[in-house]
Design a protein around this ligand. Structure first.
Ligand code: SAH
Length: 214
């Protein structure tokens, strides 16, 4: 299955109908073929449907409309340095890379990071650096960040990530217990402290401490 004109039209229609209206975000999502991030197998023919799909290591590639809404909520600017926690397939990082100057992405599973790097290379997305690490500590060596996008659910926004956000910076993070409905939260850092906006209910895999086995 390929990201041809008909698939694109349906894909963008589904995004718009779920509230992804920012034209820069829609343009980026039109340019990145989600099918490239899904390994050959059972689910390749569903790559352009608005649903999460399984990837390696028991993880998931997020639903496209959720990727769009999170990216939209992050209000990425062209000069931004962005951290993504939870590389997974690499799809969200690829979208971010078209909107920002530089993207750092981190996952606790080495196998996922290696697979994502190969896709970034094949797509010539040279402004993404992917690391295997526990992203709940952020990336102190690359901090501070203009934007942080967390694609795994934490019980609370992790302290180290808040600390690595620039003044004026924005973090988008799903918050809540892993087996319950979580809330997507936007945190804006002001001189005087953090402002929290609750955006919508979401469902993500949990943010887990430490490195994965593979
Ligand atoms: N953004 C991904 C989907 C993420 S699924 C995409 O576009 O495909 C959530 C990912 O978060 C999983 O790959 C999981 O391994 C990762 N994860 C969970 N806890 C983590 C942690 N502490 N540090 C880094 N990655 C973590």
């Amino acid at each position: 299955m390929s990201f041809d004109a008909e698939n694109k039209m349906q894909f963008l229609f589904a995004l718009r109908s779920k509230g992804v209206t920012d034209s820069t975000v829609l343009n980026a999502m039109e340019r990145i073929d989600r099918g490239a991030f899904i390994q050959e197998g059972l689910f390749t023919d569903r790559a352009y449907e608005d649903m999460p799909l399984p990837i390696a290591c028991g993880q998931t590639i997020s639903q496209p409309s959720v990727v769009g809404l999170m990216t939209q909520a992050a209000q990425i600017q062209p000069r931004d340095k962005v951290l993504e926690v939870g590389t997974g397939s690499g799809y969200q990082a690829a979208i971010l890379s078209l909107l920002a100057r530089r993207v750092y992405t981190v996952d606790r599973h080495r196998r996922l990071v290696q697979a994502a790097r190969a896709v970034f290379e094949a797509m010539d997305l040279t402004n993404i650096t992917a690391f295997t690490a526990d992203g709940s500590h952020g990336l102190p060596d690359q901090a501070p960040f203009d934007r942080i996008v967390v694609t795994a659910a934490a019980e609370d926004p992790p302290g180290p990530l808040l600390a690595q956000l620039k003044i004026g910076g924005i973090m988008v993070v799903p918050v809540g217990q892993s087996d319950a409905v979580q809330s997507l939260i936007r945190v804006t850092r002001h001189e005087s402290g953090f402002e929290y906006d609750e955006l919508r209910p979401v469902r993500f895999v949990p943010l887990v401490e430490g490195l994965g086995k593979d």
